[in-house]
Design a binder for this molecule. Structure first.
Ligand code: GLN
Length: 287
């Protein structure tokens, strides 16, 4: 089949299914499955695509038309310039979460030790280690299946240095068991969507991503309450917490930080101008 014909078939199937950005997804499928870039298509629209690749692209298009996220279909997502394996057991890494990761990276120094709660695909913890020196961390998740993916990502991206990251299964702090360790940084992108908002999320998210990674309880703040209740006992003096938040949760999460006795609380925006990260510090002189 000619490249331009494959393209037309993909595009018309995705458009008929009302996929929001059908043009972009068409280009991505052509490139990923058939090895044909936009430039290739312009230069030589009649280029023959091997039958097997064309059929594979069309089969994948049918699945995309069922609103399965493209990253799940490809099995990978790019985050911080790195390729992460993703499945339906983890939230696809979001570009917004790069803001959180970059803010933490700005503060990490050689030898820093961090704890990441609700690691999912591991994209935050693995990126932090990939772009820093001599840091170590613990990453936790309630989902054993998510931890399997996160371990795989750590091995693939960090190679021999993946032993700088320890993965622990458990419900937030419970994953730490009897340990009383304090950390330089506590980081989390917890579930924060108010339960009642979940039915109105995009079908890609609502139907194909793990709801346990999204549902933040009635007001979306359940995880922040549980994280901030314990955070002061888990941060070293001068240690910092970084939390990803929903666009309208800046004030509420800042208040929870204040109630926990944390200081230097700030809300950081994403590139879309929405509040995205709350950062706070445990005072140095505080028992
Ligand atoms: N930002 C994600 C979304 O829009 C939600 C992530 C989360 O709950 N941690 O789907």
């Amino acid at each position: 089949m000619k490249a331009s014909d494959v393209k037309e078939k993909i595009l018309s199937a995705l458009s008929a299914a009302e996929i929001p950005d059908a043009q972009t997804d068409t280009a991505l499928i052509l490139r990923e499955i058939c090895g044909i870039s936009r430039a290739d298509l312009l230069a030589d629209p009649d280029k023959e695509v091997a039958e097997e690749a064309a059929q594979k692209a069309l089969a994948l298009t049918e699945q995309r038309a069922q609103r399965i996220p493209l990253q799940q279909l490809f099995g990978t997502a790019c985050f911080m310039g790195l390729d992460f394996t993703v499945t339906e057991d983890v939230l696809c890494p979001r570009p917004d979460t790069e803001i959180l990761t970059e803010e933490v990276l700005r503060e990490l120094t050689d030898g820093s030790r961090f704890l990441e709660l609700c690691t999912g695909s591991g994209c935050i913890a693995v990126s932090l280690l990939r772009y820093s020196n001599d840091c170590t961390g613990i990453a936790t998740d309630l989902s054993e299946k998510a931890l399997e993916i996160a371990r795989k990502n750590a091995d693939a991206i960090l190679g021999e240095t993946s032993d700088a990251l320890t993965f622990l299964q458990g419900d937030l702090w419970e994953a730490l068991g009897d340990s009383e360790e304090r950390f330089d940084f506590v980081i989390s992108n917890p579930p924060y969507i108010p339960a009642g908002d979940i039915p109105s999320l995009m079908p890609e998210v609502r139907l194909h991503e793990p709801v346990m990674a999204l549902d933040g309880g009635a007001d979306g703040l359940d995880f922040y309450r549980r994280i901030l209740e314990e955070a002061p006992r888990r941060l070293k003096g001068g240690g910092q917490i970084f939390l990803e938040i929903g666009y309208d949760q800046g004030a509420a999460v800042s208040r929870l930080c204040e109630e926990a006795g944390l200081i230097e609380i700030s809300v950081i925006r994403d590139y879309g101008g929405n509040d995205r990260v709350v950062r706070a510090m445990r005072p140095v002189l505080n028992g």
